[in-house]
Write a protein that binds this ligand. Structure first.
Ligand code: PLP
Length: 495
């Protein structure tokens, strides 16, 4: 493919992408294929000779699309949203077109410098404590700063590793005969029992023991619970090292109490990481900033712009107050000769390879820059507020129907509910809804019982879509309660 053909095919592809999104309602939100379906549709080996573009394009609809779960379908209510917008996609295209790998400043100065600037912009726009930025209001350089990681899980791992390095160093200063392994064996990381499994994964990969703690009636980790666990562990000879507080848990979108947890972390010299993977986007709206009260106590803060911030995967934004702590943990060995350069030696530049696990990194700040500039803060606020209003609308349907109950307080764009009665009813309701081919949702568990979650995900979702989802749920519930196995086929699409 030469550049002339690329121009032609590229324009066709842009049209196909716009058509896909314009007509997404015509597709089922959940893929309906059996495991291994694609093996039967594709040849056993790669073609020896080049194929024709048109043949390739035909195969997208024939082979790939049947196996796609359409995350941007208005009736996709599973998990949490994943970001999509045309400005972000165009930024992503440019990122891939430039194709630089900005591991050090000199490897592509614009990549590093835009990331620093955009994360400072974003930190300000979300109302994060000023210490997370690279400079204060007067422009004076500070010790903090932001970095774009791939995912919240990577960010958690990086946070645990930074905390581990800091704690091991302190333990060895107190007791120089202690080996690194002996020091590590003492460390404990804490989180609520509703924390994302990325916490246990990060702890396990970092070799740090993890402990989950009970929460209050609103699934929020409170100070007392943490204090008690820390005191018990200190008494038993362990060393508290890391706390992951969640703003917007995956199951219920509940919020840990940072104003209570923060001071306890400070008193005990424990690294406080805030995982706001989903809910962090809402901080763009002043009326939701109270959820982050106490963030000034945090050592690191993370939200996934690729969830609810109109930005395509991957774009997980992390800020630290003390970047030296991160760099010490992430660059434990000497830099090889081929990565050394004069700019790094001045100490005036950021080399992001020392802020993350991999060496290579994409120019991800481009798409975030496109999003911030082309939507503006107001445009993103409108998107968040609209989703919250849509969730309220859905919640009101549940609240006003005696057959259902709300299970967790709704704070943002997630509604958690159950059909009153046996767990079997809820499992059946979930099964029938997903089998309808018209809506997709997933469940979570509370005390061993199924809880249905409706998250507002697609940027295209409108009131009529919420009404359609509700009617489908209501009708299916009627069938389930009456023992009628028939699929709720009477309700047609929401367009
Ligand atoms: N933390 C929370 C609160 C989440 O909701 C999720 C995913 O939904 C994660 C962490 C993991 O995110 P990632 O896929 O970016 O690792």
């Amino acid at each position: 493919m030469d550049s002339d053909e690329f121009r032609r095919r590229g324009k066709e592809m842009i049209d196909a992408i716009a058509d896909y999104h314009d007509s997404i309602r015509d597709r089922p939100p959940l893929a309906n294929v059996n495991p291994g379906y694609l093996r039967d549709l594709l040849p056993r080996a790669a073609p020896e000779q080049p194929e024709q573009w048109d043949d390739l394009v035909k195969d997208i609809e024939r082979t790939i699309m049947p196996g796609i779960t359409h995350w941007h379908h208005p009736q996709f209510h599973a998990y949490y949203p994943t970001g999509f917008s045309y400005p972000s996609l165009l930024g992503e295209m440019l990122c891939q077109a430039i194709g630089c790998i900005g591991f050090s400043w000199i490897a592509s100065p614009a990549s590093t410098e835009l990331e620093i600037i955009v994360l400072d912009w974003l930190g300000k726009a979300l109302g994060l404590p000023e210490a997370f930025l690279t400079s204060d209001a007067s422009g004076k350089p500070q010790h903090g700063g932001g970095v774009i990681q791939g995912t919240a899980s990577e960010t958690l791992l990086v946070g645990v590793l930074a905390a581990r390095t800091r704690s091991v160093k302190k333990l060895q200063e107190k007791n120089p005969s202690l080996s690194v392994q002996q020091a590590m064996d003492k460390l404990v990381a804490y989180a609520s029992d509703h924390v994302h499994s990325a916490f246990q994964k990060g702890g396990s990969l970092a070799g740090v023991r993890t402990r989950t703690l009970p929460t209050d009636d609103e699934f929020s980790l409170r100070g007392d619970s943490l204090k008690q666990a820390i005191e018990e562990d200190i008494k038993a000879g362990f060393v508290p090292c890391f706390v992951c507080a969640t703003l917007g848990t995956t199951s219920f979108c509940s919020f840990d109490n940072l104003t209570e947890i923060g001071p306890i972390c400070q008193e005990n010299d424990v690294w406080l990481h805030v995982d706001a993977a989903y809910a962090g986007s809402a901080l763009i709206c002043p009326e939701f900033r109270h959820f982050a009260n106490g963030a000034e106590f945090a050592d690191s803060f993370n939200f996934n712009a690729h969830k609810w911030f109109l930005t395509n995967f991957d774009c997980s934004c992390m800020w630290v107050k003390n970047r030296a702590a991160l760099i010490t943990a992430m660059s434990p060995t000497a830099t090889p000769a081929f990565l050394q350069n004069a700019a790094s030696e001045t100490g005036l530049v950021i080399d992001y390879m020392h802020w993350q696990v991999p060496l290579g990194r994409r120019f991800r700040s481009l798409k975030l820059w496109f999003v911030l500039r082309l939507f503006g803060i107001t445009g993103i606020q409108n998107h968040i507020r609209k989703h919250v209003e849509l969730a309220k609308r859905f919640e009101s349907y549940i609240v006003n129907d005696d057959r259902f109950q709300i299970v967790a307080k709704r704070h943002l764009g997630l509604v958690c509910f159950q059909l009153k009665g046996d767990d079997e009813l809820n499992r059946e309701l979930l099964k029938q809804l997903n089998a309808s081919g018209k809506l997709h949702l997933v469940s979570t568990e509370l005390e061993g019982k199924t809880v249905l979650r409706v998250a507002i995900c697609s940027a295209q979702t409108e009131e009529k879509d919420i009404d359609f989802s509700w009617q489908l749920i209501s009708q299916t519930a009627k069938d389930v309660l009456s023992g009628d196995e028939e699929e709720p086929s009477k309700i047609s699409g929401s367009d």
